[in-house]
Design a protein. Structure first.
Lengths: 155, 155
DNA sequence: TAAGTTATGAACAAAGTGGGAAAAAGTGGG
DNA sequence: CCCACTTTTTCCCACTTTGTTCATAACTTA
């Protein structure tokens, strides 16, 4: 599995292209060849970028947990798969983000690409500052998620 | 697991590079090859430097305890992974600290690298002086954290 | 003092940024 | 339904900035 590390601020040029940081390119190795999938995030006003390989993995997970003949599931699947686009990098490591997705994420000229294990989040930079800094909730969340029962060897 | 011991003051050169103390290099052995991950500390104005191996270990723990399709978990993951960067040492044992991280830690020309078992803390030297000198709280904290219930075999 | 290590600066390579022009896709009128 | 026209996308090339490597000088340490 590809794991992306780091967050980078890049600005869109006049044509709405954004250049993909070299660090991410190195981290994705040959997988850049297969392209990426861009998608609206389920919860927040941002976009998620999956390498094709990871997208397929996530797909399997979703499919294994849903039944398309169930009406509610069908609605969920429709929502889940709406707002996706396949993108690829040009010779200068840039990609063109479709307009409707840019609008969804409120992206105009400066964006943050934030690596998060298998995927990359894409935020309008002003919004990212707000959501990414640890607030009072964080300590509580951390304790709830990680606290309590860490095994001895994991410390 | 790699254990770092000691704290060292180094100054940045004109390009913002800092030379990694030889002692730490010895302590990290072959792990230097794999590079390091730099990260903002969640609560203090400093940076944390993990050998890749240690970073992956932490990652595994986090991933195994979170589900990115859970809204609260997703927020936690975002905060946890924000402000990271992958760095490596050049042929002269120097590393380039990304600007945004330097700004975060208030680093301009002199920093302290402080070993702390699996990781290294990086502080602007003027700030480190303030936090590292034992104040009155320290004894009390020590007692509160360590004093109570240490198991027999840990003494 | 010699060998190794650390610091500094210059030269080079790579990444980021911007724009021109060709190709493709979309739009409207006859 | 086809043709001209506009808009969007893609492919190049050039320039600026940033990061990396290399060479040399200064310093430690045995």
């Amino acid at each position: 599995m590809i794991t992306f590390i780091g967050d980078y601020t890049v600005r869109l040029d006049s044509k709405g292209r954004l250049s993909f940081p070299a660090a991410f390119k190195k981290q994705s190795r040959e997988a850049v060849q297969d392209g990426f999938v861009l998608k609206r995030d389920l919860f927040e006003n941002c976009l998620i970028m999956y390498p094709m390989e990871e997208w397929e993995r996530q797909n399997k997970i979703i499919r294994s947990r849903t039944n398309p003949y169930n009406k509610e599931h069908a609605r969920f699947l429709r929502m889940f798969f709406s707002g996706t686009a396949e993108v690829s990098l040009d010779a200068n490591n840039r990609m063109l983000v479709p307009k409707r997705l840019m609008e969804y994420a409120g992206i105009s000229d400066e964006v943050v690409l934030a690596g998060q294990s298998g995927k990359i989040e894409i935020w309008a930079s002003d919004q990212y500052g707000r959501v990414s800094t640890a607030d009072d909730d964080f300590a509580a969340m951390a304790e709830k998620i990680l606290g309590g029962s860490i095994d001895e060897q994991d410390r």
